[in-house]
Ligand binder design. Structure first.
Ligand code: ARG
Ligand code: ZN
Length: 456
């Protein structure tokens, strides 16, 4: 039996300023729950007219929570406008930069050196780590647990970073056949740091504490990709904490005529169009870039505008990151029984479909597993999840990975998990919540993995 290093939990470290390129001083996060279709339309217009100054953290939908980040320049105008339209709002965060500064404890050089000499890698679950720390941890595990772990490069990102997965397997089953496996990816959206931290925690549990999970490892193999969008992830550490997409550049080839922009700020409109016209808006939303009802505008939820956060890309699988995932999954679709993608935030366990409000034939089976996972999550420390079909519970989208995995790769159990929280910090979940979030998520993930592996 392989029993490994147990991570220490003892110490407290200094919290320090994390400096990022873009300063979000006095940017406010507002929460609106549109009550009518008309209010939804008003929010959508606001979204289209002020793409640079109003960022929607969750998309507007009737009776659904909509969180939007407003820049200080137009804050009073937006608030006045909402009052005029009789739309109520709450201020969730009054100065975003303050939250960014205190979110992630910094790691001094000497501390990194200490960690490296003491444990052979620089990972902890007390802070959000850079891409190099995480990849170093994967490589460390592959070397330390050669019979249990395999690290594989499945492609490289637009900027040339390795796209790595880690496989955990205790070998063939009793009959000498390969076991079913569960795929988990995280960090597809760059700013959703908690998803990546949770994925590395799951890896830590499965590998370094494998003795606790022998029955689970008898049932299923694991394939985990903790940083699905490394360029974006690094960009959130160095330039813009709120970056979501990949970092690719594409020729400006969209003739985006159908979007209405009634900009109140003429300067911001000019700057936006300039960027758009010269094709200088980077990045594609990987979760709109999969080849499943890609770009169908009657479904909605994806943008044809390269400057938007939900830009679907110039073509399906235009991104090396989504291509690498799809190619790998397609090559292993006969053994992958579960596809799980980790996102944040909202505390939801989403079941297909996202591209339609119709339900897959095995919907109740998928819901049954999700409901049991939700209960397991709540049992850990009371965190409440909601469970339901993505298009209904959240909003419809095209080109999303869960839908692609189920419809195109034929992976029966396809889920999206939106981790903590419900908007108190949103994407800026403090590092102190990594371990509690990871513990409850791991409880839910184990239920999904076990029930899916046992399903006929
Ligand atoms: N927050 C995720 C996104 O917007 C959720 C995707 C859920 N899945 C879906 N098929 N709609 O990308
Ligand atoms: Zn996401």
């Amino acid at each position: 039996k392989i029993v490994g290093y147990i991570m220490d939990d003892g110490e407290v470290e200094d919290v320090d300023v994390q400096s990022n390129g873009i300063d979000y001083k006095d940017h406010q996060l507002l929460r609106i729950t549109p009550k009518t279709k008309k209010q939804v339309r008003i929010l959508q217009e606001l979204k289209n007219s002020e793409p640079d100054d109003v960022k929607f953290w969750t998309l507007p939908a009737k009776d659904k929570i909509t969180d939007l980040l407003v820049s200080p320049g137009i804050l009073s105008d937006v608030k006045e406008y909402l009052r005029q339209k009789k739309i109520n709002y709450l201020i969730l965060i009054s100065d975003l930069q303050r939250v960014i500064k205190s979110q992630n404890p910094r790691m001094p050089k000497e501390r990194r050196q200490d960690l490296y000499s003491n444990q052979g890698h620089t990972m902890t679950w007390k802070r959000y780590h850079r891409y190099d720390d995480i990849m170093g941890y994967l490589d460390y595990l592959a070397e330390k647990f050669p019979t249990l772990v395999e690290v594989q490069e499945i492609g490289s990102s637009f900027e040339g970073r390795a796209l790595k997965i880690l496989k955990v397997s205790t070998g063939a089953n009793k009959n000498g056949e390969p076991k079913p496996s569960i795929w988990i990816d995280a960090g597809m959206h760059a700013r959703e740091w908690i998803s990546t931290a949770v994925a590395t925690y799951i890896i830590n549990q499965l590998v370094e504490k494998n003795a606790n999970y022998t029955r689970l490892l008898d049932l299923t193999d694991w394939i985990i990709m903790p940083v699905a969008n490394p360029d974006g992830y690094e960009f959130t550490h160095t330039n813009d904490r709120l970056w979501r997409k990949t970092r690719s550049t594409h020729e400006s080839d969209s003739d985006d005529g159908d979007e209405t922009r009634q900009a109140t700020g003429i300067l911001s409109m000019i700057s936006h169009y300039t960027k758009w016209f010269f094709g200088s808006c980077e990045g594609v939303d990987p979760n709109r870039n999969f080849n499943i009802h890609w770009g169908e505008d009657k479904v909605g939820g994806a943008s044809t505008d390269p400057c938007h956060d939900t830009y679907a890309g110039p073509s399906p699988f235009s991104e090396p990151e989504t291509r690498a995932i799809a190619n790998y999954i397609m090559r292993h679709k006969d053994t992958i029984k579960t596809y799980l993608t980790l996102h944040s935030y909202s505390q939801m366990l989403l079941v297909p479909w996202g591209f339609t409000r119709e339900r897959p034939a095995d919907f109740s089976h998928l819901m049954d597993i999700a409901t049991k996972a939700k209960q397991a999550i709540a049992k850990v420390s009371g965190t409440e999840y909601r469970v339901g079909p993505a298009a209904e519970l959240l909003y419809p989208t095209t080109g999303s990975s869960d839908d692609w995995a189920k419809a195109k790769a034929g992976i029966k159990h396809a889920y999206t998990m939106e981790l903590r929280d419900r908007g108190a910090y949103g994407f800026l979940l403090p590092a102190s919540q990594i371990v509690p979030t990871a513990r409850e998520t791991w409880a839910g993930v184990r239920v999904i993995a076990r029930m899916a592996a046992l399903a006929p």
